[in-house]
Design a binder for this molecule. Structure first.
Ligand SMILES: Cc1cc2nc3c(=O)[nH]c(=O)nc-3n(C[C@H](O)[C@H](O)[C@H](O)COP(=O)(O)OP(=O)(O)OC[C@H]3O[C@@H](n4cnc5c(N)ncnc54)[C@H](O)[C@@H]3O)c2cc1C
Length: 381
């Protein structure tokens, strides 16, 4: 058993794995055009909801599975869903990004209004922070929220917004006090039907993932849509990203585990020079390195989630888990593809799809370079 998981966690792992394998066909996207990917993702939310997996994203009083949100459960879900079908993981992970700010800093009324429907998959959430000129440098975002008679008007462009066009509710970060830069950011719950909110474009990525550009033009948000207080936005955004970072590492572990399984199977069955590939030491060394990277990534991810669940989590540990696991997963996927030779670069091959699916994990929720800055900053404090 994993040192940071108990018997209940292992049971959850088995249940999620069995469910994902049984339902894999629902997440297999044949047409990777933007509309087909969006439609597939939209249909998966209620499926994941009915299975009970989204309940792990909310606390029990608000439709959730446990008294508090367990990061180890989230990591297990992401690992097992990503291993079978990356689109399952995309849907669950973006729902988590949208729900976490409400669970963390929302009022009881906001939690009651939004979390149960999101935890059932009846509604879909999104998290809108990035802008064309504000990616890693979040504090420079330019979307403005102007207060009028207790309500707000939001204007700005948000890019790379997962679930754009299929979300019912967007968590939008905007500046209520531009002069204060990062300290002047606020977080809002914005209904997708709000006048002035428009999905300007859906973006096609190298692996199926629903994502696009959101345009806000004098978009009306009632005062009750503010999460926490004005100026809390940066704190809420960073706390969400810090908390969920190990779960990105967990998805990487799931994708890498699948890549290693594919490489083991293929190296046993493919014969060259009269022998199975697995008989060559050069291939064995690759497999050994892949398995070692995978084990180390898994340990770091679940240690970080375990620390979070015990209330002693740290920015440093979460950043290390994301950095190491996503970089290791890319090395593993690359070697799995190499072991498949020419078949590895055929677009329909499992290893080509895994290779592409891992790539985005090194970029979203803080690039690898930003994780290194976080780790170094903590070391040098
Ligand atoms: C699949 C996917 C899903 C996403 N979903 C969402 C979402 O739902 N909501 C949302 O708000 N955003 C989302 N994003 C956006 C994502 O968070 C940003 O892409 C990410 O933060 C990087 O910002 P950027 O693309 O503008 O790159 P930039 O910040 O412009 O960085 C470009 C390069 O420069 C490097 N760099 C930047 N600053 C430094 C520095 N100080 N030192 C060293 N190197 C540096 C970066 O590491 C990167 O390699 C998503 C992105 C992807 C790929």
């Amino acid at each position: 058993m994993h040192p940071h998981l108990d018997a209940e966690h292992e049971k959850l792992r088995e249940r999620v794995r069995a469910w994902a394998e049984e339902n894999a066909a629902a997440a297999a996207v044949k047409d990777d055009g933007v509309e087909a990917v969006a439609a597939a993702a939209k249909a998966l939310a209620p499926l994941l909801g009915r299975a009970g997996w989204l309940k792990h994203l909310a606390p029990r009083p608000f439709g959730g599975a446990g008294e508090t949100i367990s990061l180890r459960e989230l990591c297990l879900l992401r690992e097992e869903l990503a291993r079978v079908a990356p689109l399952f993981d995309s849907v669950l992970s973006v729902q988590a990004l949208g729900m976490y700010p409400i669970a963390l800093a929302g009022s009881d009324e906001q939690k009651q209004d939004f979390l149960p429907a999101l935890a059932d998959g009846e509604k879909i959430a999104a998290f809108a922070l990035t802008e064309p000129n504000a990616g890693s440098d979040v504090a420079s975002l330019q979307t403005r929220a102007t207060k009028r008679n207790g309500d707000y008007r939001l204007t700005g462009i948000k890019s790379f917004i997962s679930n754009a066009g299929i979300a019912d509710v967007y968590i939008v970060f905007a500046s209520t006090e531009p002069a204060a830069k990062g300290k002047g950011l606020s977080a809002f719950i914005v209904d997708a039907r709000s006048p002035g909110l428009d999905v300007r474009e859906k973006t096609r990525l190298i692996a199926p993932h629903p994502i696009g550009v959101l345009a806000l033009e004098d978009c009306f948000v009632p005062g009750a849509g503010l999460i926490g207080r004005e100026g809390d936005g940066m704190k809420i955004a960073l706390a969400t990203l810090d908390a969920l970072r190990p779960t990105v590492g967990a998805a990487a572990v799931g994708l890498a585990r699948r890549a290693l399984e594919e490489a083991l199977d293929y190296s046993r069955s493919r014969r060259q020079f009269g022998r199975a590939l697995a008989d060559f030491q050069g291939i064995q060394f690759k497999l050994a390195e892949m398995a070692t990277d995978l084990e180390a990534a898994s340990l770091l991810v679940y240690q970080s989630a375990w620390m979070h669940d015990r209330g002693v989590g740290s920015k440093r540990c979460a950043a290390m888990a994301k950095l190491f696991a996503t970089e290791a997963a890319q090395r593993i996927a690359d070697q799995a593809l190499q072991i498949h030779g020419g078949l590895g670069v055929v677009t329909t091959s499992a290893v080509a799809q895994l290779y592409n699916a891992v790539r985005a994990l090194r970029i979203y929720e803080g690039t690898s370079e930003i994780q290194k800055l976080v780790i170094a900053r903590e070391l040098l404090k």
